[in-house]
Design a protein around this ligand. Structure first.
Ligand code: SAM
Ligand code: SF4
Length: 446
């Protein structure tokens, strides 16, 4: 390569995609590419895509159109990476002829060689292959999305095949990283000055590595709770993890959280529905009573653990009374946060065979009713923090005012407070003096 090519990567979707972008950027830089934040000046534009709902997928094709339009006189090399790439494969070239690269979810490390192939004259390059056994998860500090918080994938893919979900098709089967590799990465992050790690995966608590190396001295009912104890014992300041799958949520995880202060007081445990019939049709593998038993274990912990969840409204044939059951479950669980999704049919999934009997208007009205209920609960929970002191990792300047800083509490709530830049990256105590539905405001404790 004569001149350094500039690559711009735009990321959609979940933390796994953010982690993949960081990994791709590390690999590109190692091969002599420059990474840029400017789509306008990039020689190569890569869209790292999400296909969880139809709308996420449509967005990609819209973005390709926008880029082509804005760069009419100086077209970049356009590539599609991630879940849409994996699912649509070759057909992306037909749908969007300006795309020259299609890079599947496990081909991240081969991105530089795919770019080279096109630069050397191939009209298009496509790779939907698996990761190679020798590929370790390497991300350099400078490519991380934050200087203070790092995402550490511990498991990729999903074996659960919930009937509505595309993830097992886009990300393949579950593959757990060796514990020793995760421990080494976390030790490196600590040396680099990171203060918080998020262990990420579609279902972190389904973690099943092939080897125990690194976990030998740690007890636990499951490999995941042993990994949590192993990581906690390194003294890393803050450790969070997401997402937890309810069926595999062993109460030993709660015990580990009780034992170690640096395992943060927040669990994301998506329930999806409050109706046993709907849960069965979704093939979630648990009943409402099983979920509530997990919630009881969390609520009974020695320190308060914040609980957040995901719910799908308007799953095929969900009746009004089944939706009411979901409302009652939300009242009972009192989540600290809730992501609500309208059911979106994904081609090729078993649920796509079911008649999508809930009208769009009905989905919207259920969405709004649930949102209203959640907001009233969330306001009360957030208001309960007023007058309390919380521990905050200072992550950046607040968008609202240059004099304010922003960060997250250990229970993963956003908090803003007045303070100087010298506090960036520090863990500080903040007294909460105001609460909104999604964030807290406070002042630094001296
Ligand atoms: N593995 C996690 C679990 O099972 O709880 C969830 C991962 S998924 C990337 C994130 C969320 O997207 C799900 O919890 C679900 O609520 C939502 N989701 C997945 N497929 C969907 C679909 N077809 N329509 C609407 N929401 C969907
Ligand atoms: Fe999708 Fe279910 Fe796997 Fe979660 S557990 S990623 S919802 S198939």
């Amino acid at each position: 390569m004569s001149v350094m090519e500039r690559v711009y990567i735009e990321t959609f979707g979940c933390q796994m995609n953010v982690a993949d972008t960081e990994r791709a950027a590390t690999g590109l830089r190692a091969e002599g590419y420059e990474l840029t934040d400017s789509e306008q000046s990039a020689d190569v534009v890569i869209l790292n895509t999400c296909s969880i709902r139809a709308r996420a997928e449509q967005k990609v094709f819209q973005r390709i159109g926008e880029i082509r339009h804005r760069r009419r006189t100086n077209q970049p090399l356009i590539g599609v990476m991630g879940c849409v790439a994996q699912l649509e494969g070759e057909s992306i070239f037909d749908q969007a002829p300006s795309v020259k690269l299609v890079v599947g979810t496990r081909a991240t490390d081969r991105l530089p060689s795919l770019i080279k192939r096109v630069r050397n004259g191939e009209t298009r390059a496509l790779d939907l292959g698996e990761r190679k056994g020798s590929e370790a998860w390497e991300v350099s500090a400078s490519e991380r999305h934050s200087k203070h918080v790092a995402f550490v994938p511990i498991i990729e893919g999903c074996n659960k095949f919930c009937t509505y979900c595309i993830v097992p098709y886009s990300r393949g089967r579950e593959r757990s990283r060796p514990p020793s590799e995760i421990l080494e990465e976390v030790a490196r992050l600590r040396a680099e000055g990171f203060r918080e790690v998020h262990l990420v995966g579609q279902n972190v608590n389904s973690y099943r590595p092939r080897t125990e190396s690194g976990l030998e001295s740690f007890e636990g009912a499951t490999p995941f709770s042993r990994l949590l104890r192993a990581l906690a014992s390194t003294g890393f300041p803050r450790i969070k993890f997401t997402t937890s799958f309810p069926r595999d949520f062993h109460k030993d995880i709660v015990k580990a959280l009780e034992e170690h202060e640096n395992l943060c007081d927040w669990v994301h445990l998506p329930v999806q529905s409050g109706s046993d019939r709907v849960l069965k049709s979704m093939r979630r593998g648990y009943k409402v009573s099983d979920y509530l038993a997990r919630v009881d274990a969390l609520k009974g912990a020695r320190r308060r653990i914040a609980l957040t969840s995901d719910i799908i409204v308007g799953f095929p044939s969900e009746t009004e009374s089944e939706f009411e059951e979901t409302m009652r479950l939300v009242e009972a669980c009192r989540f600290d946060g809730l992501y609500i999704f309208k059911y979106s049919e994904r081609p090729g999934t078993p649920a796509a065979q079911l008649p999508d009997s809930v009208s769009e208007a009905e989905k919207t009205s259920r969405f709004l009713a649930l949102e209203q209920l959640q907001m009233s609960i969330q306001r009360e929970i957030y208001a309960g923090y007023v007058g309390r002191e919380v521990s905050v990792l200072v992550e950046g300047e607040s968008a609202r005012s240059k004099r304010d800083l922003t960060g997250h509490t250990t229970c993963n709530k956003v908090i803003n407070f007045e303070g100087g830049q010298e506090l960036l990256g520090e863990i500080v105590r903040v007294r909460v003096n105001e609460a909104k539905a999604h964030s807290l405001y406070g002042e630094l404790c001296v």
